[in-house]
Design a protein around this ligand. Structure first.
Ligand SMILES: [Zn+2]
Length: 193
């Protein structure tokens, strides 16, 4: 922890770099990814403060839209779309994902019931050709596409997709190489960006 505190102290000694951020934010992208510490959106994309609006959940799961049931995820998505007017939403899964791996392996999650119940939101059965593959890449990629479908169940997302004001992107990030792939609808495959 101490190195992080030291860096945070040093970071605050450069206020002039951030003064303009007081005027507000106008990010163009909502970036939805896993809480995994190996995935650092600003590092991957080179984004500066103000450029990425982020939603991080265990397993980058987007819960099904349910009107009348308040969730932090729905509030974040709605604010990004309706108030900030983001033009793109990226859902970024990653290799070696613990959440997707637990689903693939059918891990006993009885000691972490909140995790178990949250992963139940993943809906589709995870697919993989090789359950022993530590990257679980096939399952993660399928899982990311499922989350894009979930996003479409949000009224604010669906309406803006319909009139062309919003685009959805499915990304897959390899934590051990840094490579990013995007799903291409033409080939129905994840290919290099
Ligand atoms: Zn993960």
């Amino acid at each position: 922890m101490q190195p992080l505190i030291d860096n945070a102290r040093a970071f605050g000694r450069r206020p002039e770099e951030f003064a303009t951020l007081a005027a507000g934010q106008s990010p163009e992208v909502l970036f939805i990814t896993c809480s995994d510490s190996r995935v650092v959106p600003a590092l991957i994309t080179g984004a500066r403060p103000g450029q990425l609006f982020e939603l991080r959940t265990a397993g980058n799961i987007v819960p099904p839209y349910a009107s009348g049931t308040p969730t932090g995820e729905a509030a974040t998505i709605e604010y990004a779309v309706e108030v900030l007017g983001v033009q793109d939403i990226v859902v970024c899964g990653h290799s070696h994902c613990g959440a997707v791996g637990a689903l693939v392996r059918g891990d006993d999650l009885s000691t972490v019931p909140a995790v178990r119940d949250w992963l139940a939101h993943a809906a589709d059965e995870p697919r993989t050709a090789d359950p022993a593959d530590p990257t679980v890449n096939e399952a993660v990629q399928h899982h990311v596409l499922t989350q894009l479908l979930r996003l479409r169940s949000y009224p604010c997302v669906e309406s803006r997709l319909t009139d062309g004001r919003l685009r959805l992107h499915a990304w897959y990030y390899e934590v051990h190489t840094g490579q990013v792939r995007e799903h291409r609808s033409a080939t129905d495959a994840f290919e290099a960006l």
